[in-house]
Write a protein that binds this ligand. Structure first.
Ligand code: NAD
Length: 420
């Protein structure tokens, strides 16, 4: 069983739990169980030494009854069809929970970008975009950054896409991707949006439960976009970062690690390993860090039957997609460890992507203050809906969030019917 199939199996179990509990219409259930479209492309790209290498990539479009397909693109050697199916399905729930007029999709190229030069990555990205052709589009399916992709990659996708459509459509198609550089129609605040959202939600959770963030300690897995922004934005609240793990290893300092210093170091040393302001720790010790909050912001299936018993925290704020599997969830619930689930916790990214899409469509530019204010408002509404639903049912927050998403989708299917 690949890691991707384990992740996808987990998506199915989470879905079943919520669908059973809410008595989801059996026909709608059948429809939502499967993605609408699955695109697999095998394409060549020219390497710096003139060789041709073949790549396999995926775009899974899970559902678009609420609006155009929306979801990130991942560059990673573990990307496979099941992983992308799982991530696409989560996007459908996430956009529905946030109340966005968007559906769910995800894509990825199966390769390790660290083994390739910048010019090779550019050619791979452009060739992938070309291979996708009209399977993406500003009113149809809109990619965004995810693991190992960033604003530069989005700029190449934009450029390739608009260079291959009729000239008349080019200027009005910038919303084919979000997470672009600001100069190319990106939104202020998109870069930090996911981490900003995680911080807004932790802050709200803390004030709800009388928890003093100023005295809190936390640790983070993954120090890329989501993990590092979460840490840098939590600092003003007085919370102390005491451990960080990324692909290079894990570091620990009970007296505190300065997020901005660690970020500078990780940028220039390709990871946190070797940072002078902390000591190395192994993975198990890292997971067992005695702290108040754990922010997983890297990979799926990190909190499982094996690892959930190791955690010594009060709150898990899921920056990553799918960091906790259903066995892990059960153990966390039994141990009274609260979870802000991924489909809510990391929704800041897709919310500001939606803002970017809107700004492009309206030829507007919002300043950072406006973006942050609107993000806060949308996330707090979603938080309130999930918390209320979890008390009303009653159930855990993940299942409550799923029930909100599934109810919205069920109402649309029941209203529209099936054509033809
Ligand atoms: P990124 O590529 O910027 O960073 C990924 C981080 O994970 C890096 O620090 C990397 O070293 C670390 N990592 C990789 N393998 C690891 C391992 N085996 N152990 C520990 N750390 C490891 O990616 P990102 O955009 O920050 O995405 C991180 C997670 O957040 C993913 O699950 C992604 O789907 C999710 N997410 C991202 C966004 C976004 O806007 N970027 C939005 C929502 C959810």
């Amino acid at each position: 069983m690949t890691n991707g199939s384990k992740v996808y199996e987990n998506v199915g179990r989470q879905f079943k739990k919520a669908a059973d509990l809410m008595n989801l219409d059996p026909d709608v259930r059948k429809i939502l169980e499967k993605p609408m479209n699955e695109i697999v492309v095998n394409f060549p790209a020219i390497m710096d030494d003139g060789r041709v290498e073949m790549f396999t990539a995926y775009r899974v479009q899970h559902n678009n009854v609420l609006g155009p397909f929306k979801g990130g693109l991942r560059f990673h050697s573990s990307v496979d069809i099941d992983e992308v199916r799982a991530l696409a399905t989560w996007m459908t729930w996430k956009t529905a929970i946030a109340g966005l007029p968007l559906g769910g999709a995800k894509g990825g190229i199966q390769f390790d970008p660290k083994q390739y030069s910048q010019s090779e990555i550019e050619r791979i990205t452009r060739r992938f975009t070309f291979a996708l052709g009209s399977n993406i589009g500003p009113e149809f399916d809109i990619p965004a950054p995810d693991m190992n992709t960033n604003a530069q990659i989005m700029a190449w996708i934009l450029d390739t896409y608009i260079s291959t459509i009729p000239p008349n459509d080019r200027q009005c198609s910038y919303h084919v991707v979000t997470g672009k550089p600001v100069d190319l129609g990106g939104s202020e605040g998109r870069d930090k949006a996911t981490g900003q959202g995680v911080v807004f939600l932790i802050e709200r959770w803390a004030s709800n439960y009388g928890f003093d963030l100023n005295k809190a300690t936390y640790f983070v897995q993954g120090f890329g976009n989501v993990g590092s922004w979460t840490a840098r934005l939590l600092k003003p609240f007085g919370a102390t970062l005491i451990a960080v793990e990324d692909a290079s290893g894990a570091v620990f300092n009970p007296k505190g690690i300065d997020p901005a210093e660690l970020f500078e170091y990780a940028q220039s040393h390709q990871g946190v390993s070797g940072f002078a302001g902390a000591s190395p720790v192994d993975h198990e010790a890292f997971l067992g860090t005695q702290a108040d909050i754990f922010v997983p912001a890297a990979l799926a299936n990190q909190i499982t039957a094996d690892t959930a018993p190791l955690l010594n925290v009060k709150l898990v704020a899921e920056g990553a997609n799918g960091p906790t599997d259903t066995d892990g969830d059960t153990i966390l619930q039994d141990r009274d460890i609260h979870v802000i689930p991924d489909v809510l916790c990391n929704a800041g990214g897709v919310i500001v992507s939606y803002f970017e899409w809107l700004q492009n469509k309206r030829s507007e530019f919002w300043d950072l203050e406006e973006v942050d204010r609107k993000l806060h408002k949308m996330l707090m509404k979603a938080y309130g809906r999930v918390k209320d639903k979890s008390e009303e049912v009653p159930t855990d927050w993940r299942t409550a969030a799923y029930i909100i998403a599934l109810s919205r989708l069920e109402a649309v299917y029941q209203g529209r019917g099936i054509f033809p």
